[in-house]
Design a protein around this ligand. Structure first.
Ligand SMILES: CC(C)(COP(=O)(O)OP(=O)(O)OC[C@H]1O[C@@H](n2cnc3c(N)ncnc32)[C@H](O)[C@@H]1O)[C@@H](O)C(=O)NCCC(=O)NCCS
Ligand SMILES: Nc1ncnc2c1ncn2[C@@H]1O[C@H](COP(=O)(O)OP(=O)(O)OP(=O)(O)O)[C@@H](O)[C@H]1O
Length: 194
């Protein structure tokens, strides 16, 4: 089974694209979602997060996402420490998950791939892009976030110009119909390739 990475900056449309692949029967692992679940269920992560952020890291037993987000996205060193706690556990969990899947290929959707220099872990990498202003507009509409909060996350991610040369396939996600056609094309190319 082949392992395909699907990445893109915040608001580019990774989850939208992942759903299109899912409709074609491809198993999808959503790293943001699984990271959050693991931050909730893993006792080791919980302990490390409380050590790093204090008891406020959890509120009523639940991960205090807004507090953590506020703390890390303007503090690169703290973000690095958070990533160091969460990412290795997600990686292990993904590998275990992939071993239970029965398909020609699976996709790991992850916001941070090139940022973590992780391209070597994948057979192919798909990059989703969209102009910055389009992404900001989508996120203002989707989330209860301010422009500053969105920009703070973007500042902790690589620019598209640095990611483009590293990707095997690029999906410019502006028009959903075109995106869907591109997904079909990439799906066929991956199946033909292996
Ligand atoms: C800080 C947290 C609690 C904020 O939760 P929140 O629900 O607001 O955001 P969510 O996880 O859904 O992420 C939304 C988007 O924010 C951006 N983002 C999230 N984590 C990071 C990060 N560590 N570095 C840069 N951008 C990030 C990504 O574009 C992501 O798609 C959460 O993002 C987190 O725990 N991040 C660390 C783990 C991580 O790296 N997750 C992403 C890939 S495994
Ligand atoms: N081509 C498109 N046209 C219009 N709206 C879109 C398009 N693609 C995605 N969207 C919308 O933009 C928002 C962001 O898309 P999505 O959640 O797929 O991005 P993401 O890259 O997974 O975001 P995040 O990094 O925050 O996890 C969603 O509300 C989605 O419905």
């Amino acid at each position: 089974m082949k392992i395909i990475g699907l990445t893109g900056g915040i608001g580019s449309g990774k989850t939208t694209v992942a759903k299109m692949f899912e409709e074609l029967g491809v198993p999808i692992y959503n790293s943001d979602l699984e990271a959050k679940k693991l931050m909730h269920t893993s006792k080791t992560i919980r302990k490390k997060l409380v050590d790093l952020f204090g008891e406020t890291a959890y509120q009523d037993g639940k991960l205090n996402r807004s507090y953590i987000a506020k703390s890390v996205f303007n503090d690169p060193k703290l973000l690095k420490r958070l990533n160091k706690i969460v990412h290795p556990v997600v990686r292990k969990h993904f590998v275990k998950w992939s071993e239970t899947q029965n398909a020609p290929y699976v996709i790991q959707e992850t916001a941070l791939l090139f940022e973590n220099d992780a391209q070597g872990l994948y057979d192919k990498v798909i990059l989703v892009t969209a102009p910055m202003e389009v992404r900001i507009k989508r996120l203002l509409e989707r989330d209860n976030a301010t422009r500053e909060e969105i920009l703070a996350r973007m500042n902790n991610q690589l620019e598209d110009s640095k990611k483009l040369p590293l990707a095997d396939y690029v999906i410019e996600n502006v028009n959903l119909e075109k995106t869907s056609a591109k997904v079909d094309e990439i799906h066929s190319r991956i199946l033909d390739f292996y």
